[in-house]
Design a protein around this ligand. Structure first.
Ligand code: ACO
Length: 324
């Protein structure tokens, strides 16, 4: 029997045109650029236009990932969309994206693991591919968090932005993949922490969409320790030392969390890819967005070992190692 590995063929991203700066937010709630910059590192974020949906952004990021891979939509037989802000309660946003891309074969479904959704989506697609069940997957993180924010709550509305990122993962025979591919994925969740970060609405509870609620300082503490644990587990699983990692592409929640995790793991600053200043926290989209920036500017290259991680509501969290 063939032994398969999932290899990254292409990465793409999309950010909506409209930019909201810290100064803009200072005119909406009692906050200012100095506070937001010092506590989070965020300077601006992108906001979806009226009528622009999660699936619109996901489809555009996918087109760019396919172009980077030198492939077309017809080459795809699996779509996994990580999102907490779907277009509809159902059908899955992934099927809307499938239709927008003109794909009529294979399977498409959503993953709901909030900010850690992209790591969960990679894990899911990887399992299907290495089992030989599908050939090529679009793995997408896409969010319109602007639609679930309470724009009068300065403790949360300053943190988030909209956007999408996508990667094409391809099944290849391990013997031919030259050590490339997904090396390990570690996933965790613990539902006891629901009340620290959640949305106070939903079809089954309130029949409303609801707004994001968060106890930020508590989330901060859990984020640093849980992410570090997950990274250690993923590296051990792969038999790879953290020092061998070429690029750390973390979930872009807050510069202080990124720095604290990198310090705890002993990762040099120059290996950390940070887009938090320009994008804010785009939840499931943040890792593929940051990865696409680091590929576009020439930092991340084929053969580099990339470490990704994320944590979000649930809590749900995880980390993965990928040889590009
Ligand atoms: N502008 C000005 N003042 C503010 C703002 C704001 N935007 N937001 C809160 N404050 C005030 C608070 O009201 C409080 O005032 P008080 O002392 O008079 O009561 C004071 O600032 C301190 O509030 P804290 O919440 O303790 O501030 P903290 O230093 O923890 O920073 C922050 C808040 C930035 C949210 C931080 O806790 C954080 O980043 N936590 C991580 C949460 C996160 O990133 N969540 C994203 C989802 S999960 C994930 O992706 C990891």
């Amino acid at each position: 029997m063939n032994e398969f590995v999932s290899v990254v063929r292409g990465v793409g991203a999309y950010l909506p045109e409209k930019v909201l700066t810290n100064d803009d937010l200072g005119r909406m709630v009692d906050t200012n650029d100095a506070w937001i910059t010092e506590r989070t590192g965020i300077k601006k974020r992108h906001i979806a236009a009226d009528g622009e949906t999660t699936s619109d952004m996901a489809a555009e990021a996918s087109r760019r990932a396919l172009a980077a891979a030198g492939l077309t939509a017809a080459d795809i037989d699996l779509i996994v969309v990580a999102t907490a802000t779907p277009d509809f309660t159902f059908p899955a946003t992934a099927t809307v994206v499938q239709n927008k891309l003109g794909i009529t074969r294979g399977a498409a479904f959503d993953i709901q693991a909030v900010c850690s959704g992209f790591v969960y989506a990679i894990a899911t697609a990887d399992n299907f591919l290495v089992r030989g069940q599908f050939e090529r997957a679009l793995v997408i993180g896409a969010e319109t968090f602007s639609r679930i924010l309470d724009w009068s709550d300065r403790g949360t509305c300053v943190l988030f932005g909209d956007g999408a990122g996508a990667i094409v993962l391809e099944r290849q025979e391990k013997s031919a993949a030259k050590d490339r591919g997904v090396k390990s994925v570690h996933l965790r969740s613990d539902g006891r922490y629901k009340d620290l970060l959640w949305v106070d609405g939903g079809p089954s509870s309130t029949q409303t969409v609801g707004h994001l609620r968060m106890t930020g300082n508590q989330v901060f503490k859990h984020a640093v320790s849980k992410i570090s644990e997950s990274v250690r587990a993923a590296t051990e699983m792969a038999g790879i030392a953290v020092s061998e990692v070429d690029w750390f592409v973390p979930h872009q929640a807050n510069q202080r969390i990124l720095t604290a995790v990198a310090d705890k793991l002993g990762l040099d600053d120059h290996k950390v890819v940070s887009t938090v200043a320009e994008h804010g926290n785009t939840s499931a989209a943040s890792v593929p967005l940051a990865l696409s920036v680091a590929i576009a500017d020439g930092r991340v290259k084929t053969g580099d070992l990339v470490l990704i991680e994320a944590i979000g509501g649930g809590f749900a969290w995880g980390a993965a190692l990928i040889r590009m």
